[in-house]
Design a protein around this ligand. Structure first.
Ligand code: AMP
Length: 478
């Protein structure tokens, strides 16, 4: 069953600060790279929750007026969410945090990740007559929490989380506290920080450490896989809803492309990892060339590492136009092509008559890469040697990265030489999986590499253990 994962997002939460909504705004802005489709903030005044969500970028969704409303009435805590844009998944009703009333009172939820049993849980509830008002898999979390089975449990939230399978870094806002939880595999990042101010300490959670820095919080630790962290007037509390998986499944693609270079993720700074990927790529696939050119901005860090290791000169020959929005949502091929050209301007004085190594982080569908290669060729490059700092992406992601379906992936069913010919370059090399994992600090078994090797880690019955399932037998468990 092919299904597009849609919940590639950023989350944030802060309790006990005098301006929690403002901090949530900053925390989301710092994590804008994790999602540009919609943004939302929910606040608690200690008794009631209110919130605001909207389509677009953080500064578009929250103007002075909205921030004034969220900040008025004295807030106790706030959570926020930025949601990633996908083909066709762009619906205002899916903007988070989801704010609901249930038997236990009010709750707001923000989710990063993707539940592989979300559709099955939803079908189960719909058969029982439950009404859903979003198409997001996050809504089932609230239905689970509200259902009698979970409410009868000694810890309804822990009981709810044990029913979920797949990737989730979840932040819940209740009137009197925030609860932040991470799946037992640790697919997506979630970190805990603290702000010390006027003799008071306010706990913070965020997807990435870059958000902690922006709000002036110090990094304390990661929320552990299988852990629930409580942020309240009493400070920080911790309990487990599941034991961590024997082998974790940290998403290695977060390091390759998704996370901010400024963040420390799964114990390593992202920029440093990307530079190491570039160095290793130079070891594996050297090219005789005049200079190394990064594909801005995605290939910049790896290109720096590649140039350093290969001894080639690093030169920027492509200028990004930062004021152009995302291009892949443009409807026709011609418009998409024009948008790529608008977004990246090739400097012909730098490429004309030259042999160039171009470094980028990944190729997904291949459409933008092909367009960029044609531009460089038309600007007069004599040779183009494309180097990619991760292996060919062959398999879809069910755990929160928005890749195309298998058929739309350029590497699916094609050899590297066929891809090279399609892209119109003189040589093409991808970093090996072994090479990629050698740049990571944790044991190789603690990373999810399913998009490259098709080894999906799922367990239908015991989320805390995890099993490896080869892609050909891949199915979505209910
Ligand atoms: P394409 O050639 O169309 O596959 O585009 C490849 C470019 O898209 C690379 O420069 C990547 O940095 C970037 N990219 C990687 N993953 C994604 C993703 N999940 N969604 C959108 N763009 C991505």
């Amino acid at each position: 069953m092919e299904r597009e994962a849609k919940e590639k997002c950023g989350v944030f939460g802060v309790w006990g600060h005098d301006r929690p909504a403002d901090l949530a705004y900053l925390g989301l802005y710092a994590q804008q790279h994790r999602g540009q489709e919609s943004a939302g903030i929910a606040v608690s005044d200690g008794r009631r929750l209110t919130g605001h969500t909207g389509m677009g970028l953080v500064p578009d969704v929250f103007d002075r007026h909205v921030m004034g409303m969220l900040g008025s009435g004295g807030c106790a805590g706030a959570i926020g969410h930025t949601r990633y844009s996908t083909f066709g998944g762009s619906l205002a009703c899916n903007a988070q945090p989801l704010l609901e009333s249930y038997v236990g009172g009010q709750v707001a939820v923000a989710h990063n990740g993707n539940l592989i049993n979300g559709a099955a849980l939803r079908a189960h509830f719909e058969e029982q007559g439950h009404l859903f008002h979003t198409t997001s898999d996050t809504e089932v979390v609230v239905h689970l929490l509200a259902s009698p089975q979970q409410q009868k449990a000694p810890d309804p939230l822990a009981a709810t989380l044990r029913r979920l399978q797949g990737a989730f870094s979840l932040v819940f806002l209740f009137p009197d506290r925030i609860e932040a939880a991470r799946d037992p595999w640790g697919w997506r990042p979630l970190v805990l920080g603290e702000i010390d101010r006027e003799g008071r300490t306010s706990p913070v959670v965020a997807s990435e450490t870059v958000a902690l820095e922006v709000v002036g919080a110090r990094f304390v630790r990661e929320v552990e896989p299988g852990e629930i962290v409580t942020l309240s007037e009493d400070g920080v509390g911790s309990r487990r809803f599941a034991t961590p998986a024997d082998h974790l499944a940290h998403c290695a693609f977060e390091h390759v492309y998704f996370a901010s270079p400024a963040s420390v993720l799964f114990g390593q700074n992202v920029q440093e990892v990307r530079e190491r990927l570039g160095e290793r790529l130079a070891d594996e696939a050297h090219a005789d060339a005049d200079w190394v050119m990064p594909m801005p901005d995605s290939g910049r860090s790896a290109a720096a590492g590649f140039a350093r290791r290969s001894g080639l000169i690093y030169r920027e020959g492509i200028v990004p136009n930062r004021y152009v929005g995302r291009t892949f949502i443009k409807p026709t091929q011609d418009e998409r092509r024009a948008a790529v050209r608008l977004k990246l301007n090739v400097i012909s004085e730098i490429v004309r008559g030259r042999r160039i190594v171009v470094v980028d982080d990944s190729i997904v569908r291949g459409t933008t890469t092909r367009e960029k290669m044609q531009q460089i060729r038309q600007a007069g490059a004599k040779e183009i040697h494309l180097r990619i700092s991760c292996p060919p992406i062959l398999h879809p992601c069910y755990f929160g990265i928005d890749f195309a379906t298998r058929e739309q992936l350029i590497a699916h069913g094609r050899s590297v030489d066929e891809i090279r010919a399609y892209l119109g370059v003189d040589s093409l090399h991808y970093l090996s999986l072994e090479g990629l994992l050698s740049c990571m600090v944790r044991p190789a078994a603690d990373y999810c590499t399913a998009c490259w090797d098709g080894r999906y880690r799922l367990d239908p019955d015991k989320p805390e253990t995890g099993v490896v399932i080869e892609s050909e037998q891949m199915k979505i468990f209910g």
